[in-house]
Write a protein that binds this ligand. Structure first.
Ligand SMILES: [Zn+2]
Ligand SMILES: [Zn+2]
Length: 241
């Protein structure tokens, strides 16, 4: 079931001992204007590209890559994917776009220990996640792309420049790693994270009508029950300060 809802296709992450983020391909088929939301872990670019082709989407019709945030499990294979679609623009929230352009990778790895581990495990070097960002997204913008309309919500707390994409007409929410299925939320102990800020972001999402929840990992949910995000925020509130 790659098509989750009208104009949203799902490519499941292939987790290793580090998770690989899901990819959502958004855009109505006849628009020939597709966007990839997130990339994934190092080494997963080939899998993501092949899956997109199997869906019958032409790589030339992929116009941009939008990052929900720039943690390693989302941006790891960005370079691999961009080699296949060099024409695609890169869109990131301004609070993470600026560090990425400067080659400041603290937000990519989240913590020093993890950087050391990943650099030796995957042969990464500093500068591997330095990219030019074509569009720096801002809170409150509306992206009219692929015959769909997505609101950009800046929801920091898991990372400084986390965004959600929200399609108000279909009640579809792509929240990155801020909230998952099964009352889970993103971690808030990494560089740029803040529990009290995450709580505010969750409460903000709780005000939205959401029927389809498409997180960065784990299950996708169709038929989200009313109040689900608010209940999740409430359960976590004692820890989010
Ligand atoms: Zn994350
Ligand atoms: Zn993630």
């Amino acid at each position: 079931m790659p098509e989750i809802t009208q104009g949203v296709q799902f490519i499941q992450g292939q987790d290793e001992f580090i998770p690989d983020s899901h990819v959502y391909v958004i855009g109505m088929p006849d628009s020939r204007d597709f966007s990839i939301v997130d990339a994934g872990l190092m080494g997963k670019g080939g899998y993501k590209i092949q899956t997109i082709q199997k869906l019958g989407i032409k790589l030339s019709d992929i116009k941009r890559i939008i990052m929900t945030h720039t943690h390693l499990d989302h941006i790891g294979c960005l370079k691999e994917i961009r080699e296949q679609i060099p024409h695609a623009e890169l869109w990131i929230h301004e609070d993470e776009a600026n560090p990425i352009e400067k080659g400041d990778e603290r937000g990519v790895y989240g913590m020093e220990m993890f950087r050391t581990m990943c650099q030796s495990q995957y042969g990464l070097k500093s500068g591997d996640f330095k990219f030019k960002v074509d569009r720096k997204l801002k809170e409150g913008e509306t992206l009219d792309i692929g015959s769909l309309s997505w609101e950009v919500l800046h929801i920091p707390g898991h990372s400084a420049g986390s965004i959600a994409l929200y399609d108000r007409s279909q009640k579809v929410l792509i929240p990155g790693d801020v909230v998952y299925a099964d009352y889970a939320i993103g971690r808030f102990d990494l560089h740029g994270a803040d529990g009290s800020v995450l709580k505010k972001s969750l409460l903000r999402l709780a005000d939205l009508e959401v029927e389809v929840l498409l997180p960065g990992h784990n299950r996708v949910v169709k038929g989200v029950k009313p109040g689900y995000i608010r209940d999740t925020a409430k359960q976590w509130a004692p820890y989010l300060r």
